[in-house]
Design a protein around this ligand. Structure first.
Ligand code: BGC
Length: 757
């Protein structure tokens, strides 16, 4: 892998397959400023194309990496500057800064023959200056507005700094908590992920990314990247067509329906064919079946990696395979630029396909308004998180937290508590921003520490701090001090978790328990017999060992972002009543993986009294915490759910008819609080074995004590049917019995029966 980069890392479903148009050489770009109408850029694009040399066309298909906010002229970026001047460059990634981007843009606009502006991309995944909680955390909010608020704030900050395009949202559904990139997605469920993917696209792109406070979005990684065997990043994925379409593809379709401008190919193979060379997924499904007219970018050296995959002979072959499969722009490696002429001459690629790819790139540049105004106003660049941005990030982080345990009402803590011990390696730590951080932002805008925020929240309390142990490492020397602090305090807050560099790209773990000696710290605090609360800050589900039994209260805070400490304190002291739910199952042990609520039926489902059923001899059949689970400081009661009709003809559903499930929910406790009402469906008998449950609706409601509300879920054909193994895309709604489950987690037990006739 080339060295120049790295890293901003610290460290729907359509009911029927749309008969999509075949990719043509004319870009039509959804231009939402016109209310989502197709903007008429065809003539501009065509006229520009007709004036371009082959070299200039191939240049538009090339993206090269920059060095973030380094100004041109420093020497190390000379290759990129030369390419910009010569018109042999379409886009630059890993770049930001109004001055930096303007200076580089000037080279392309004023010095290249045709003056075609560059497109600037950056990984703005959960924040630019203002870091929001990681996407996995945002999913725990079960509230698309949380994802939307991140996207809106991020778009504003990034665009004012010259960025046009974010490589987000990531929408890789996964059943692999060992996979570090689980932090960047929305967990194990395609329905939840689809809703959040659409919200993020809407938030980034707004009603038009021509506006200078919006970004073009990128649905990634296409596709099935989350299926990496063993959770090892970049690993093989072997997936049936039906699972591809039912599990991995729906969020991408939802992003397309929301108007996403671009799509990024994924590093994995899909049943033997690397995603970057996969004509079935990139052209067959994405461009033809779904009619996607935007641009497909490769992932970082993804084209080049076709050689290591054992799929391409050499760089020229890799370029041929990727372009012909449907990749439009090559990120970082330069195989197409280098070999395009030769490939064209030998007939291995066509001018028509090159023009199609170029038209997609140019169409995006027109839609962004770059031909009218390629620069950004340097005096208007946002240079720090605003008070409003911080407020939104704080609210999002608190809304994403999940209360896993709260025995004897240890939480919320009283602000007038006499003494508090705050212990653990992440209590006085700013390593809480999450996996993607814009370079320099961690130093400039560090996360609010939990210790500091707790002190502010309980100003009269005597607060003692002890680190106890390091985030990693076996040293237990500091535990005695932490124990002494706990013994002397009324209550202890233990902050433990994963360093942020332990999740995200290339950060798979084989052991997903608390790293180092942190479990020992928790156990030692438990042994004091004094009340305590464990706050978890992590980027993936953790296996929570025996200490869970001994901890009276556990709050899952994830990696909460810039406002981490304040958000944690908001929840600990009850200013915010936690209402998040797990977007992913927490396994008991690594040996139980994959364990997820939406697994398919077996012929021998678990039966405690029958050895010859599907289970481990040494473990209960359930995860430690199921998908959809989370507690509150108040309690809720669900009424008996109702179904508007118990029988419905399949034909009516196919024509768009729906049935409605409704249920009342009442706050039976004495705090205002949030509940997430969830609806799951099971197709009892189908021609392809279906998951035992599939989430089909969720709604987060806020209720004052004693108040109730009615939640309604419409269910249509798209919720009840499934995609078959037909590679051409067959969505089938079969007649028969459906079980519907309504409740407050994936173990919901209120059951209804719907018959589709
Ligand atoms: C990641 C992408 C990211 C790209 C650009 C790759 O390694 O897989 O998600 O957008 O780098 O930084």
């Amino acid at each position: 892998m080339p060295e120049l980069r790295r890293r901003t890392l610290l460290s729907a479903i359509g009911v029927t397959a749309a008969a999509g148009s075949v990719a043509t050489s004319q870009a039509t770009v959804a231009h939402a400023a016109d209310g989502g109408r197709e903007a008429p850029y065809e003539s501009e694009v065509r006229s520009l194309l007709s004036r371009m040399t082959l070299e200039e066309k191939l240049g538009q298909l090339q993206q090269l990496p920059w060095a973030y906010d380094l100004n041109p002229g420093s020497g190390s970026t000379k290759e990129v500057e030369d390419a910009a001047r010569s018109g042999r460059l379409g886009s630059v990634l890993s770049i930001f800064g109004a001055r930096t981007t303007n200076a580089l843009q000037k080279l392309a606009v004023e010095e290249s023959r045709l003056g075609i502006p560059l497109l600037f991309g950056l990984d703005v995944i959960h924040g630019f200056w203002t870091n929001f909680p990681i996407p996995l955390a945002q999913a725990a909010a079960f509230d698309p507005d949380v994802a939307r608020s991140d996207a809106e704030v991020s778009a504003k900050e990034a665009r004012s700094n010259g960025v046009h395009w974010t490589f987000a949202p990531m929408m890789d559904v996964t059943h692999e908590p060992r996979w570090g990139r689980i932090a960047e997605g929305n967990g194990e469920d395609p329905c939840l992920t689809s809703r959040l993917a659409a919200a993020k696209v809407e938030g980034y792109q707004g009603s038009g990314y021509r506006t200078k406070d919006r970004l073009a979005a990128c649905a990634k990684h296409f596709v099935a990247y989350g299926g990496a065997e063993g959770g090892r990043d970049y690993n093989t994925v072997d997936v049936s067509e039906s699972r591809l379409r039912n599990l991995y593809l729906p969020p991408f379709k939802a992003a397309l329906d929301a108007g996403v401008a671009t799509v990024m190919a994924s590093f994995n193979t899909i049943s033997g064919v690397p995603a970057h060379g996969n004509a079935h997924t990139l052209t067959g499904i994405l461009k033809k079946e779904w009619g996607f007219e935007g641009m497909v970018v490769s992932d970082w050296t993804g084209v080049q990696e076709l050689i290591a995959h054992g799929f391409a002979e050499d760089g020229a072959d890799a370029a041929r395979l990727a372009l012909n499969a449907g990749v439009d722009m090559e990120m970082t490696s330069t195989n197409l630029l280098t070999n395009g002429r030769k490939l064209l001459r030998s007939g291995k690629i066509t001018e028509k396909r090159i023009d199609d790819a170029v038209a997609r790139v140019l169409g995006l540049k027109y839609a962004l308004g770059l031909f009218d105004d390629p620069y950004v106003d340097e005096s208007a660049a946002i240079t720090e998180p605003s008070a409003n941005a911080r407020k939104a990030a704080r609210a999002a982080a608190a809304r994403s937290m999940v209360l896993l345990k709260n025995d004897a009402g240890v939480l919320p803590l009283s602000r007038s508590v006499g003494s508090l011990a705050v212990v653990g390696p992440f209590a006085d730590s700013a390593d809480l921003l999450g996996t993607w951080v814009v370079p320099a932002s961690a130093e400039k805008f560090p996360a609010v520490k939990i210790l500091d925020a707790v002190k502010r929240a309980a100003p009269d309390a005597k607060v003692t701090y002890a680190r106890g142990v390091d985030p990693e490492g076996a040293d237990t020397g500091g535990i005695d001090e932490a124990v002494a602090a706990a013994k002397a305090a009324d209550v202890t807050v233990v902050v433990v978790g994963e360093p942020t560099a332990m999740s995200g790209e290339a950060s798979a773990r084989s052991d997903i328990s608390l790293p180092g000696a942190q479990e020992k710290l928790v156990t030692a605090i438990a042994a004091t017999g004094k009340p305590f609360v464990v706050v978890l800050v992590n980027g993936r589900p953790l296996t929570i060992g025996d200490w869970l039994e001994r901890a009276p209260a556990v709050l899952e805070a994830w990696h909460p972002g810039t406002e981490a400490g304040n958000a944690v304190a908001d929840v600990l002291f009850g200013a915010v009543n936690p209402g998040g739910k797990l977007p992913v199952s927490f396994p008991r042990t690594v040996g139980q993986i994959p364990i997820h609520y939406n697994h398919e039926s077996t012929g021998r489902p678990y039966d405690a009294n029958n050895k010859y059923t599907s289970k481990y001899l040494d473990l209960p059949p359930t995860p430690q915490f199921p998908f959809g689970f989370g507690l509150s400081y108040t309690t809720f009661d669900l009424g008996t759910p109702k179904l508007s009709r118990a029988n419905v003809p399949a034909g009516a559903l196919r024509k768009g008819d729906t049935v409605e499930v409704s249920v009342s929910v009442r706050n039976t406790g004495d705090h205002t609080g949030d509940e997430v009402v969830q609806l799951y469906v099971r197709d009892v008998a189908a021609s392809i074995t279906q998951p035992v449950r599939r989430l089909r609706g969720f709604k987060r409601v806020t209720l004052d004590a004693g108040r109730s509300a009615t939640v309604r879920f419409p269910l249509g054909a798209e919720d009840l049917g499934f995609w078959t193994n037909d590679p051409n895309g067959e969505f089938r709604l079969e007649e028969g019995t459906f079980k519907l489950y309504v409740g407050t987690s994936s173990t919901a037990d209120a059951e209804l029966t719907l018959t589709v006739t």
